[in-house]
Design a binder for this molecule. Structure first.
Ligand SMILES: C[S@@+](CC[C@H](N)C(=O)[O-])C[C@H]1O[C@@H](n2cnc3c(N)ncnc32)[C@H](O)[C@@H]1O
Length: 349
């Protein structure tokens, strides 16, 4: 029977069941990546038994795991019990130039398995569930209690930046800028790319102490960009260091209150001139709607946050005395959103 002969009502039911099995697929992906099965397969197909022997696993269970993933296009089974890479499995290798290993591990981090079952509560209340489950806020938990999850998170951020930093750097307007500040810049992949791309710039990497402790060595004292870079630990909820251009990339993802507090701190810094750019995707204009809307709900669960539509962002900026002056797409799913202090209304008080 071909796909086209399959009764449509059964095909519909199967499609819905597949969607509900998303959790199972997450477990399969997590297991394959944790066991480093993708890293063990090179260009040629390999027997499941050989993989099992190398990694000290159960041969038949390995074949069953890889077969289940192959049904989703992650790995292929060209002959019984022999497995090969596909486009989707190859990027799970750590050494692939476009590796998504840490982004996958981040998506299925241990805390996510505890948080998702509470989605109903979050949908009833509109509130984050993380502090009730873990007794503290999400970033405090990462810094204080979950070093492995924190490492995976920071690597995932860096890994996703390797896809986009060059495109973002290219899309930034550096006219008149001498000092650029990357607020919540993680370990500094974007800042490093920006400093390499614009050799006259100095830059400040600003993030929580636990994150900048492992900043890109190129930005730290003795590093190749050290004479133009400063690594500053602090919280954007308290204030931001001085600069001419503020970059906030994928930072405004928490609750509205903290978003507005951060934006007010940026607005205060812009009093002495300068510009800010938000670099993020927009729910209403995303080329990856499943990723963006799924992430939107994850942010609701952990930080009570969200991915924004253009309208929501405009409202929050306005509360902080800021407005959008330009929105430019990059070659990625991210937009460069130029922001300035709101012009006073003519005749206003
Ligand atoms: C989603 S990540 C984005 C990282 C980076 N901008 C990127 O795009 O890869 C959010 C970043 O905000 C940082 N962050 C969280 N709370 C912060 C705070 N109060 N002040 C400064 N940075 C903060 C996190 O440590 C993390 O590096």
């Amino acid at each position: 029977m071909t796909d086209t002969d399959y009764p449509p009502e059964l095909a519909t039911a199967a499609r819905v069941k597949e969607l509900a099995m998303g959790l199972w697929v997450s477990a399969m992906m997590m297991t394959a990546v944790q066991l480093r099965l993708p890293d063990e397969i090179d260009d040629k197909p390999v027997e499941a038994a050989e993989l099992a022997a190398r990694l000290d696993l159960h041969p038949e269970a390995v074949a069953r795991l890889l077969r289940a993933l192959a049904a989703h296009g992650v790995f292929a089974e060209p002959a019984e019990d022999r497995f090969a890479h596909t486009e989707l499995s190859r990027v799970l290798r750590e050494d692939h130039p476009h590796s998504v290993r840490y982004q996958v591990l981040w998506t299925v981090a241990p805390w996510t398995w505890r948080a998702w079952p509470h989605l109903e509560e979050a949908v009833r209340t509109g509130e984050r569930v993380f502090p009730r489950l873990y007794g503290k806020e999400f970033f405090a938990y990462l810094a204080e209690d979950a070093p492995r999850s924190a490492e995976v998170f920071n690597r995932a951020m860096t890994q996703s930046s390797t896809f986009t930093s060059a495109m973002v750097a290219e899309a930034l307007d550096m006219t008149g800028v001498r000092v650029v500040v990357d607020i919540g810049g993680g370990r500094g992949h974007l800042l490093r790319t920006v400093l390499e791309r614009y050799p006259w710039l100095s830059g400040v990497l600003y993030d929580l102490a636990s994150v900048v402790a492992s900043a890109d060595p190129a930005l730290r004292p003795g590093g190749e960009l050290a004479d133009r870079a400063r690594v500053v630990a602090g919280s954007c909820l308290d204030g931001v260091p001085p600069g001419d251009l503020y970059i906030l990339k994928n930072l405004l993802e928490w609750d509205d209150e903290r978003t507005v507090t951060t934006l007010r701190n940026v607005a205060a810094a812009l009093r002495s001139g300068g510009r800010a750019v938000l670099v993020q995707n927009l729910v209403d204009d995303s080329p990856e709607p499943k990723v963006t809307t799924g992430m939107d709900l994850l942010l609701l669960l952990n930080v009570g946050g969200r991915k924004h539509t253009r309208r929501q962002l405009t409202r929050l900026l306005s509360e902080a005395g800021l407005e959008i002056t330009d929105i430019r797409p990059t070659a990625s799913s991210l937009f460069v959103i130029e922001v300035a202090r709101r012009a006073p209304v003519a005749g206003g008080a």
